[in-house]
Design a protein around this ligand. Structure first.
Ligand code: GLA
Length: 338
C-alpha cells in the first residue's frame, strides 16, 4: 500500500508518496520530483536527487532540477521547424538553438493535481501559440509509487498537429544528493547506437554504433574513468534504445550501481531514446538542499525521450502529434540495493 498525502507549500502543492522504505515528493510547480529517499545496504535512508530545500527555489530552477520538461525537451536546431508546410519559430535560449520548451516551458507552470491509486496525476493545458508551438495541447503526467518502482506516465492530446517530447529532468546521485561527484558510480545503458552532435549540441544526423567507442556502455562502466577518457566536458548525448518506427514497447534502458552504498537504479521506458547527461554545466554556484553546492559531475540524468531535433530530421522517430491521436509514454525508475 502506498501512502499519498498532499500539503500546500507557498506557490505550489507538494504530494508525498511513501511505499515501504521508499518515499518520493512531487511538486505541482514544474510537475517535478523534489526528493526521492531510498535505503542503502545498511538501511540508512538518503535523498538521491538534487533540488531545492524550499518550493520557492523552483520558481527559477535554471538547470531544471527534477522538472518535467516540455513541450519539447532537448534541442531544436535554430529554434525552427515546419509542420503542414508552415514554419514555426521558437525562442533561441541555448546558443543558436531552442532548449527545453522555451522561456516559460512546462517546468515553470503550476500543474493541477488529482489523487490516483498509489500516486498523483498532474495536468497542464498549453494554449495554441504557447512558446511558439501550434495547437492547444492538454498534457498530463501520472506518478505512481508501487513497491520500489516509481512509474511516470506521460499523456497528451492536441487540436492541431504539433511537436512534442516530454521527459523528467531528475539529477541522481546514488551516494546521496550533495555528494561531490558520481565518479564511483557504475553505469550500463542498453543502447547499440548513439547520436554524435555538432558543436552546438545538435545531432549531426548520423546514428553511430557504440561498438568500439567510448559510448559503449552496454556492460557496466565506471563513470570516473570513462569521463577521463571522453573528450569534452562529459556525457550529454542521446543513446538510441530502438530504431525509428519500432513499436513503443517498454524496454530496459539503464542500470546504475553505487557500490559504496549498494544502491541500484534501474530505468525502463517506451521512449526511443535517453539523454545521458553528467551535469557538465553545474559549477558549484547553485545552492541546493541542505546548503549543498552542486558542482560539475555531481549527478547524472537519464532523460528518457525522443531523439533531439527529431522534428527536423526525417529519419529520426516521429516527433509529431496529430489531432485525434494520444501521445503516451511510460518510464519506470526502480530502486533497490545490492
Ligand atoms: C539537458 C541538456 C543539457 C543541459 C541540461 C540542463 O540534459 O542536454 O545540455 O541543457 O539539460 O542544464
Amino acid at each position: 500500500m502506498t501512502e499519498v498525502c498532499k500539503e500546500e507549500r507557498g506557490p505550489a502543492e507538494r504530494w508525498s508518496l511513501r511505499s515501504g522504505a521508499v518515499s518520493v515528493e512531487i511538486l505541482s510547480l514544474g510537475c517535478g520530483i523534489q526528493s526521492i529517499r531510498t535505503p542503502d545496504h545498511s538501511g540508512q535512508s538518503a535523498d538521491i536527487v538534487l533540488g531545492y530545500q524550499d518550493v520557492e527555489g523552483y520558481l527559477s530552477n535554471p538547470r531544471y532540477f527534477g522538472a518535467v520538461v516540455g513541450r519539447v525537451a532537448n534541442r531544436i536546431a535554430k529554434g525552427r521547424f515546419v509542420v503542414d508546410e508552415k514554419e514555426y519559430k521558437l525562442a533561441i535560449n541555448n546558443g543558436p538553438n531552442a532548449l527545453h520548451g522555451g522561456l516559460k516551458g512546462f517546468d515553470k507552470a503550476v500543474w493541477t493535481t488529482e489523487a490516483v491509486d498509489n500516486g498523483v496525476k498532474l495536468s497542464h493545458s498549453s494554449p495554441d501559440g504557447d512558446e511558439g508551438y501550434p495547437g492547444n495541447l492538454n498534457a498530463s503526467v501520472t506518478y505512481r509509487l508501487e513497491k520500489n518502482t516509481l512509474s511516470v506516465l506521460y499523456s497528451a492530446q492536441t487540436d492541431r498537429t504539433t511537436t512534442i517530447n516530454l521527459t523528467n529532468h531528475s539529477y541522481f546521485n546514488l551516494a546521496g544528493q550533495g555528494t561531490p561527484d558520481i565518479y564511483d558510480h557504475e553505469v550500463t545503458i542498453s543502447a547499440e547506437s548513439y547520436l554524435p552532435v555538432d558543436d552546438t549540441m545538435i545531432p549531426t544526423g548520423e546514428v553511430k554504433p557504440v561498438e568500439k567507442t567510448l559510448f559503449d556502455l552496454r556492460k557496466p562502466v565506471l563513470l570516473g574513468s570513462r569521463l577521463k577518457e571522453l573528450p569534452g566536458p562529459g556525457f550529454d548525448h542521446n543513446f538510441c534504445l530502438c530504431s525509428p518506427g519500432d513499436p513503443p514497447l517498454e524496454r530496459k534502458c539503464a542500470r546504475v550501481v553505487h557500490p559504496g552504498t549498494g544502491r541500484v537504479l534501474e530505468v525502463s521506458t517506451t521512449q526511443p531514446g535517453v539523454q545521458f547527461y553528467t551535469s557538465n554545466f553545474l559549477d558549484g554556484t547553485l545552492k541546493g538542499k541542505g546548503g549543498a553546492a552542486y558542482s560539475k559531475h555531481s549527478a547524472f540524468c537519464l532523460e528518457t525521450q525522443n531523439w533531439p531535433d527529431a522534428v527536423n530530421q526525417p529519419h529520426f522517430p516521429d516527433a509529431l502529434l496529430r489531432p485525434g491521436e494520444t501521445y503516451t509514454h511510460t518510464t519506470r525508475f526502480t530502486f533497490s540495493v545490492l
